[in-house]
Design a protein around this ligand. Structure first.
Ligand code: SAM
Length: 213
């Protein structure tokens, strides 16, 4: 995932706005208490997500893959007043931690946290989204894309995380694992989709930014 030279990476982080105190605390708590903490977006990607939502000014956001809530809090920063971010995660063990930080940041009215399988929950959401952030199980990326597409407003955005998959997308052979194959398939599917415009941003592990025409 670390594509940038460490010194250059430090320079980039030192020249991007710092995380607020709640995000710093959540980052630390995730690294000290939760398995696979590197799944958390982190400082730089969090600031990128915040900047993108400030540019889009969404009224409705859908996040697939809450984990400990870091990216949800960053994405919610750019919501319009009265806007709602729906976030879904299948792991109920993180609920207490997620709800604690939603409360600490005063976002109880803006963040609607769903626990369960996103494939089951998405069809029940009666919303049209300005922005969807896909960051859950990689083997379902294409399924999530298909499931949300009709729920994205014209001119709305889908952003998918980890689309470089630590560089493994370059190793396309029969022995490649399921996650890598799924990411390769997803990236190719987006490229072939003439209903959208897309750019792969090489930020952290790669963000595919898709605009529905
Ligand atoms: C990479 S983490 C999300 C990181 C988070 N977006 C962030 O940036 O801090 C992926 C999350 O997807 C969740 N997940 C995996 N399969 C899922 C499913 N079928 N439905 C909902 N969530 C799922 C996992 O429990 C995990 O917490």
């Amino acid at each position: 995932m670390d594509f940038l030279d460490p010194q250059l990476d430090a320079y980039v982080c030192n020249h991007s706005k710092a995380e607020n105190a709640a995000l710093q605390k959540l980052n630390r708590e995730t690294y000290s208490k939760v398995l696979m903490p590197r799944m958390l977006s982190g400082h730089l990607q969090g600031r990128v997500l915040s900047m993108l939502t400030h540019m889009i000014r969404p009224d409705r956001i859908l996040e697939i893959g809450t984990f400990t809530g870091y990216s949800a809090l960053c994405l919610a920063e750019g919501l319009q007043p009265g806007g709602i971010l729906h976030t879904i995660d299948i792991n109920e063990e993180l609920e207490t931690m997620v709800r604690k930080y939603i409360a600490e940041t005063g976002l109880e009215k803006s963040i609607c946290y769903h626990i369960g399988d996103a494939l089951q929950i998405i069809p029940t959401l009666n919303e049209m989204f300005d922005l969807v952030f896909i960051d859950a199980d990689k083997t379902n990326y294409s399924n999530y894309y298909d499931l949300v597409f009709s729920k994205v407003k014209k001119g709305g955005f889908i952003i998918a995380d980890n689309v470089l998959w630590s560089g493994k997308v370059l190793v396309n052979n029969v022995d490649t694992d399921d996650d890598t194959l799924a990411i390769i398939k997803f990236n190719d599917k987006v490229m072939k989709d003439d209903r959208v415009e897309n750019v792969l941003f090489p930020i952290r592990d790669g963000l595919m930014v898709v605009r529905k025409k």
